[in-house]
Ligand binder design. Sequence first.
Ligand SMILES: Cc1ncc(COP(=O)(O)O)c(C=O)c1O
Length: 339
Amino acid sequence: MDIPVLHRLALNESPYPPLPSVREAMHRAVAQAHRYPQFHPDDLTERIAAWCQVTPDRVAVGSGSVGVALQLLRAVVRPGDTVAYAWRTFDAYPLLATMVGAQPVPVPLTPEGHQDLGALLAALDHRTRVVVLCNPHNPTGSLVTADALSAFLRQVPRHVTVLLDEAYVEFARHTDLPGTPALLDAHPNLLVLRTFSKAYGLAALRVGYGLGAPGLVERIRRQQLPFGINAVATAAVKASLRAESELRLRVDTVVAERERLRRELVSLGWRVGPSHANSVWLATPDPVDEGAAALTEAGVTARHYPGEGLRLTVGDRNANDTVLTALAELPAHEGASRM
Ligand SMILES: Cc1ncc(COP(=O)(O)O)c(C=O)c1O
């Protein structure tokens, strides 16, 4: 018999539905659904640029941040080029690389679950067109700090575009975060990728954006589908920007729950490192496969990498309590080696 899903914690979504003001904006836009959206999303681009305190020529909007990433790869990759990224990471990167005819170059994480910046640099050669860094990292939640990132960027050859995926940056509370405007000024081969899917809770609406040098942004925009950003999504994003302080409180709650979840899991004996995203990462040799089965039994979907790890999205308090109860009751828990 199928077990009903009570808590969806597999895709790093927000536990919160859109705010009332965002829903109202969407309803108003739905009433105009017989009209096309803008040919290019110029208004939305300007709004995002003002909000990020950059000029509009530094902003490329796309269908989710994954859409912007694809536009970038289409703009710069030629068949036979390579795309390097730390592995494991967000599943889309190998798919996107293959879609544009590039050869994926996965570079193993360090044993602690960090992106290995030295190994990534060593993997770059004349065929490399893009290197992806995910910060905070999916799935481990680890962070590349400002100094390490600056040193990395200084060493990447100019013919390689750095795709700095900051899908989870709003959940990072580290004091040593990279400052985006200064990085953009210093590195014309950098594209910072952001999304409204995670902290802003609009995953279904598919809006992301990239920040980069005007020349790079221009090339990325040329790959954009005409009328490609829908009007309901545009209305929701604009309303979300107006409701930023309310949304920030929601993010603060997720961060507080993340810290509680980690603390409780550690007290249950799981080795859980600090996370700077809206997820926590459990890894072998802790009993992650048994953990995944226990969560399924409890009606929780999580992202399970068999024999390797378990990424748990931070849910609302009720969902997190369900996770803690399921993992505390694990038969394998008693016998597992603990720190
Ligand atoms: C690291 C990372 N980048 C990008 C995305 C995709 O986000 P979007 O919904 O903006 O395409 C995800 C989604 O899980 C992600 O984990």
